[in-house]
Design a protein around this ligand. Structure first.
Ligand code: SF4
Length: 719
């Protein structure tokens, strides 16, 4: 039995649940991960990623030296280089000077609009705060975004409009206080496994009634009182029909509607057409089941809604989320413990990166960049002359790449993200990446996006750095260094500070401060303006974290929001209309493709595909319903070609009743059959989130030889 040299407590680097990890370290290697039973988030439970998925830290393909491309890259001729022979090793001084020279030269030639940055939902709060500060304070641009744009942007815009705050209103563990709860657009078992455990416990131990609204027969359906298998993209009619029933059967919480909301009458008028029968016609969900769901939720003592990207990743993602918000307003299931509107945030620190201002419209603390008072506060904090910060709204991730052309964005800095896997319509994304004049990748592996870069800056994974993550509950928790960085890798926050100083001196600007003694000093600077974090110190979150808002250093945190009022005052009903998905199936492209994650993998696979987890689930599979498979002559395990109007992939089929007739599913982690070659880049006009959850495809049998990796046959017991 190996005896650890030390056990370091940290936070899981994968999903937004934010489980506490105990890293058992021997000779500067983590050899085991456990979790304490008194962890308030996960009570000692971990999923397969948290328990076993740490080994990417030691993968031989990890890059631990700064690299510069041997062949200089040019706009329009940029190529991918995965092989180290196409790069040369550089010192940190050489690499950072080169990056500073090129970025400053492009800025001086093209102005603020020529530069853009992708922050990172996997990096710490401190890393993200500093990177957005560098671009705002030095390059005077708000072209700052990260992958929140691709997951919950629709939810964020809807919640901001209706409530004035976009985080979860309650904590996930409060599901144990629900007597009825709705889970929609979230395959929670695979995406937030520990929250799914609590949902199942709420049903089994407490007799809570779960309503699942999802096109797929996800595992939670086995525990549900009701399953509404709607057609992808028909959330608005289904949830508005539930609202219609609540109104017509007078199940309304009038006291709440009268005292806490506005806009009810206009909303009521818009609701008239959303009868359950109308919704059935569009969504395929039986009208009687819509009525049952409405009655169950409205009559609950404590009702809550938990949702995922099946709501937000649509060209009408904002409207989808608003339809859910209206249900909570009508019934008053918000503002109390055990109720709430709870968008389950995907990545470990997508909540925190958003809080830190890694977005084009907001400074840290969701302070609009086009508001004079906000800008003045940050100008003072960052030692920028009055009027120096840009008041112009920046570009979103999707817009940054589509603006990569002469006169548009010329230089892109990517910290830890992989748009060449995560953006929709990847063939077009590739063309955009090729048009960049200069590209920097700060990461731990050369992934599909970093392979396009001019310079690679080797950063450290979570196990080699200090900082904080903010989970989906708004709980700010510590990340701790288990051992020193491998090779010459450096923590992201240190790299950014070093680079910022070099840029600052080239631009001749007064210093915005980059000489922090520790990440905690970085967090304190951010918290001096962002009052939600004002009372958070590393000492106070040493053991279990704190749930913001924490307005002062004696405040215990705020697990339940909106007890008295909403940040915008009254909750706002916003009339809705049904908007079709952009690409309905037709005779030529008869299936709807929907995409998502599987338990063993994470996003573009930078971490999990360089881990033992890849052996547990080594290839993409297409889920197809048995009725559809029979018509098309497809057997379980057969290779199939899936084609949309934008691209095609070949992968094996899993014939399963987990999906509905006419709907197929592909996870988006696998470059060999990248689902985003197929997806539609149509955007929600308000949130700018792409329609990942629904596009029209063809499916037909293929040959073994068409598969990218015919050897990787997987058999997972639970199918
Ligand atoms: S549930 Fe999420 S946070 Fe917890 S161990 Fe799994 S991936 Fe990590």
């Amino acid at each position: 039995m190996i005896k650890p040299d030390r056990i370091v407590t940290s936070t899981c680097p994968y999903c937004g649940v934010g489980c506490t990890l105990e890293l058992h370290v021997k000779d500067d290697y983590i050899f085991k991960v456990t979790s304490p039973f008194d962890s308030p988030v996960n009570h000692g439970n971990l999923c397969v990623k948290g328990r076993f998925g740490y080994d990417y830290v030691y993968h031989p393909k990890r890059v631990t030296m700064p690299l510069i491309r041997k062949t200089p890259q040019k706009a329009g001729e940029r190529t991918q280089a995965f092989d180290l022979s196409e790069w040369r090793e550089a010192t940190w001084d050489e690499a950072l000077d080169y990056v500073a020279d090129r970025l400053v030269e492009i800025y001086q030639r093209g102005g603020s609009d020529a530069l853009a940055v992708y922050c990172c939902a996997k990096a710490t709060n401190e890393d993200n705060y500093l990177l957005q500060k560098m671009y705002r304070a030095l390059f005077r641009t708000n072209n700052v975004d990260h992958c929140t744009r691709l997951c919950h942007a629709g939810s964020v815009v809807a919640l901001q409009q209706a409530i004035g705050s976009s985080a979860m209103s309650n904590t996930a563990s409060q599901v144990m206080l629900n007597d009825v709860f709705i889970v929609t657009g979230s395959n929670t078992t695979e995406n937030h496994p520990i929250i799914a455990l609590q949902m199942k416990d709420a049903v089994r131990q407490n007799g809570a009634k779960m309503i699942v609204v999802d096109p797929r027969r996800i595992e939670l359906v086995d525990f549900a009182e009701l399953w509404l298998p709607l057609k992808p993209g028909t959330n608005v009619p289904v949830f508005s029909a539930m609202a219609h029933v609540i109104v017509k059967e007078n199940l309304i919480n009038w006291e709440f509607v009268n005292s806490r909301t506005e806009g009810f009458n206009d909303y009521l008028e818009s609701l008239e057409k959303f009868t359950p029968e109308y919704a059935e016609e569009i969504s395929g969900v039986p009208a009687e089941d819509i009525r049952k769901a409405a009655r169950l939720y409205a009559n609950a003592k404590n009702g809550a809604i938990y949702w995922g990207m099946g709501i937000s990743q649509l060209s009408h993602g904002t409207a989808s989320a608003l339809a859910l918000i209206h249900l909570a307003f009508l019934t008053g299931h918000i503002g109390r413990e055990g109720t709430g509107l709870n968008p389950l945030r995907g990545q470990n620190n997508v909540q925190g990166a958003s809080d830190m201002g890694a977005m084009p419209f907001h400074y840290p603390g969701y302070m609009r960049v086009d508001n004079e008072e906000n800008a003045a506060k940050w100008e003072q904090t960052w030692n920028v002359e009055p009027g120096g910060l840009s008041r112009k709204l920046g570009l979103t991730t999707t817009e940054i790449l589509s603006q990569a052309h002469e006169g548009g964005v010329r230089a892109l800095f990517i910290m830890g993200e992989n748009p060449m896997m995560s953006e929709p319509n990847l063939n077009v994304t590739r063309e955009h990446m090729q048009q960049l004049e200069f590209l920097v990748s700060q990461d731990i592996f050369i992934n599909e996006s970093g392979a396009f870069a001019d310079v690679f800056l080797p950063a450290t994974p979570f196990a080699e750095k200090e900082g904080t993550f903010s989970n989906t509950d708004r709980r700010v928790q510590r990340v701790r260094r288990a051992h020193p960085p491998r090779g010459q890798a450096r923590p992201d926050w240190e790299i950014v500070c070093d680079l910022a100083q070099r840029i600052e001196s080239r631009l001749g600007r007064a210093t915005a401060k980059w000489d922090y003694a520790s990440p905690e000093e970085v967090l304190r600077e951010m918290a001096s303006i962002n009052s939600d974090y004002a009372g958070i110190t590393y000492e106070r979150i040493d053991k279990v974290g704190l749930i913001y808002p924490v307005p002062d250093v004696t405040h215990p945190g705020t697990p339940t929001l909106f007890k008295e009022d909403f940040p915008r005052g009254r909750g706002k009903f916003i009339p809705l209309d049904y908007v079709h998905i952009v690409e309905e199936p037709d005779d030529e492209y008869p299936f709807i493709l929907t995409t998502g994650r599987v338990l063993e993998h994470w996003h573009g696979g930078t971490m999990t595909r360089n881990s033992v987890l890849d052996e547990a689930y080594p290839e993409a599979r297409l889920d197809i319903h048995p009725a559809d498979a029979e018509i098309h002559g497809i057997r379980n395990g057969d290779p199939v070609k899936v084609r949309s109007r934008r691209g095609e992939v070949v992968l094996r089929a899993t014939v399963t009743e987990k999906t509905s007739v006419g709907v197929v599913f592909i996870p988006f982690h696998f470059v060999e059959a990248a689902a985003n070659l197929l997806t539609n880049d149509a955007l929600d006009p308000q949130a700018k989130i792409p329609e990942f959850k629904a596009c029209a495809v063809q499916v037909f049998p293929a040959r073994e030889g068409d598969l990218a990796n015919p050897e990787a046959v997987v058999s997972r017991g639970r199918y």
